[in-house]
Write a protein that binds this ligand. Structure first.
Ligand code: UDP
Length: 318
């Protein structure tokens, strides 16, 4: 019998890539999603596979899905635009959703891995960010619905590990991009790709000197799969340490798409972190993992997906 994995948020950008990786690894996969920000189109191709099932349900209410061997808890809005629109939902899935996922892990003695985020570091005063850094988070700012939900998620996960001996893992994911990102989720790569492919101005918020470090989706998934196989219970950063200013990122997108678009500066959102770069020494030594795909190649590999998504949206609008 195949081992059975539950993926919450399985119809999301990362969740759906993870389902694919688990199927390739020989798991039977049950993906659950309430489709708030996830999309059926992300998993349509998997529904033809015998070892894959999808359940549309809200994990904020107690649920069951029969015995599973591994739980990958990935449900949550993840882009700043999405989590600010769905602030309460984001706090609920980080708290109730996480509690319900951990209850299932305890019930079936399943292994458990949760998607956390670099957002736990807030607007970091330590650079690059190591897992030992406690962060600089505004607990009442507009981003707090996500940051504090994920920090609570980590606390609850460690508590179930300490008090109930659940076999847990925590991955802190840094900005990840690639196919299946929603064109309108507001994150910088889909925004810039869409704008460049349409010939619109690229909207750089503020002066564009803030930095991010972008990880291509296949690298991120490989890091997560390696962590899943490990016995590490404390958080592990998985991200690409190549750091770019947002202005530089805009220029890379213009170059890769061959676009004639210009750059237009717009208002910087409140509490926008000034810098982000993972220290991945722990992932390197513990998992022998590091990112392989640089930004230029990752953007190149994502180009067809974004082209098709822009074309589909243009047809839908007409
Ligand atoms: N950003 C931008 N233009 C956009 C979208 C985002 O300049 O159209 C900036 C945003 O202000 C932030 C960075 O790009 O500094 C990354 O934003 P994103 O929403 O992708 O993720 P974050 O790392 O802030 O969670």
């Amino acid at each position: 019998m195949k081992p059975r994995a539950l993926v919450t948020g399985g119809a999301g950008f990362l969740g759906s890539h993870l389902c694919e990786a688990l199927l390739a690894e020989g798991y039977a996969v049950v993906a659950v999603d309430n489709l708030l920000t996830g999309r059926i189109s992300n998993i349509e191709h998997l529904r033809r596979e015998g070892s894959f099932e999808f359940l549309q349900l809200d994990i904020n209410r107690p649920f069951d899905c029969d015995k599973v061997d591994y739980i990958f808890h990935f449900a949550s809005p993840a882009s700043p635009v999405d989590y600010m629109v769905h602030g309460i939902e984001t706090l609920k899935v980080g708290s109730f959703g996480t509690l319900n996922a951990l209850e299932i892990a305890q019930k079936y003695q399943a292994k458990y891995l949760v998607a956390s985020t670099s957002e736990c570091y807030g607007d970091p005063l330590e650079h690059p960010q190591k897992e030992t850094y406690w962060g600089n988070v505004n607990s009442i700012g507009p981003r707090s619905v996500y940051d504090e939900a994920k920090r609570f998620t980590e606390a609850l996960t460690m508590a179930y590990h300490r008090y109930h001996q659940v076999d847990t893992r925590i991955v802190r994911i840094f900005n990840t991009y690639g196919s299946r990102m929603q064109l309108n989720d507001g994150r910088v790569i889909p925004n810039f790709m869409k704008q460049a492919l349409r010939g619109d101005d690229l909207t750089v918020y503020g002066d564009g000197s803030q930095t991010r470090s972008f990880c291509y989706v296949s690298d991120e998934i490989e890091g997560i799969m390696r962590l899943a196989r490990s016995d590490e219970h404390f958080p592990v950063n998985i991200g690409n340490p190549d750091e770019f200013t947002i202005l530089e990122c805009a220029k890379r997108v213009i170059a890769v798409t061959g676009s004639k678009s210009s750059i237009r500066h717009a208002k910087l959102p409140q509490d926008d972190p000034k810098q982000r770069r993972p220290d991945i020494s722990k992932a390197r030594s513990l998992l022998q993992w590091e990112a392989k795909v640089n930004l230029e190649n990752g953007l190149q590999m994502s180009l067809d997906y974004f082209r098709e998504a822009v074309a589909a949206e243009t047809v839908a609008r007409a």
